[in-house]
Design a protein around this ligand. Structure first.
Ligand code: ATP
Ligand code: MG
Length: 218
């Protein structure tokens, strides 16, 4: 397909991408929060947006169903990044990947003891790397959401999850015991698209880069 297809997830990524699109002269014709459309046109006849799950964005871009996309580092680490260029950290949707345990659980001692720690997470790959790097033996349990429930329900002793304000952890009597890495969202580009459609894509990438640089200074 000629023209540019951009894959975005609705919610914070869509909202925080609007100013970047604006800087590139791209204005979506609908808001995915109120419209049920999965393909959204823009003010530019040659640019459309496809609305997909956050964790599906790299897949759409990898296979060229979208030329560009915006995805969190958390999602990209789990996907692996095959077929993708990641030219820009957009510094949006910022949070951190952390280990959390129930209040009163002695994490340091549990880790030192060398016993296997049961950890529930959506981020199996990142969690495995993290604990392997520390030499901590873990049994990882894959979840798709509401990680906070796992320790409370007795499914796991610890979770690996994204934290921003810490409000959700606090509301569930969990404490952050280790920060694994800072997380922000990146622009991703299909490698073949970048070669074939460079004339159309490069100006958009450049406008995003300029907007990020302006934001960093502000
Ligand atoms: P879904 O809600 O469809 O299950 P999701 O939870 O991954 O998927 P979002 O909540 O929209 O989708 O999160 C999209 C991205 O925003 C995440 O991949 C992450 O990079 C970032 N993010 C997630 N939670 C926060 C947060 N509390 N604060 C800031 N950024 C966040
Ligand atoms: Mg979410």
């Amino acid at each position: 397909m000629s023209g540019i297809t951009i894959a975005l997830s609705k919610g914070r990524i869509f909202d925080e991408t609007l100013p970047l699109l604006d800087a590139a002269g791209i204005v979506p014709a609908d808001n995915p929060e109120s419209s049920r459309k999965l393909i959204i046109g823009t003010n530019r006849a040659d640019v459309r947006i496809v609305i997909v799950r956050a964790s599906d964005v790299p897949t759409y871009v990898q296979y060229g169903a979208a030329d560009l996309g915006i995805a969190g580092k958390d999602v990209l680490l789990e996907h692996g990044g095959a077929g993708l260029y990641q030219p820009l950290d957009l510094e949006i949707a910022k949070c951190r990947m952390s280990v959390a345990v129930p209040q009163g659980f002695d994490y340091v001692q549990a880790v030192q003891r060398g016993a296997r720690l049961r950890v529930a997470t959506k981020y199996i790959h990142t969690a495995r790397e993290h604990f392997a790097g520390k030499g901590v033996h873990v049994d990882l349990i894959k979840l798709y959401g509401s990680m906070e429930l796992a320790p409370l329900a007795g499914l796991a002793e610890a979770i690996v999850d994204l934290v921003s304000s810490g409000g959700t952890l606090k509301a569930n009597n969990l404490v952050e015991v280790e920060q694994i890495m800072p997380i922000s969202s990146r622009l991703i580009v299909n490698q073949a698209s970048l070669k074939v459609k460079r004339e159309a894509l490069q100006p958009v990438i450049d406008c995003f880069a300029a907007a990020v640089a302006r934001q960093a200074k502000a």
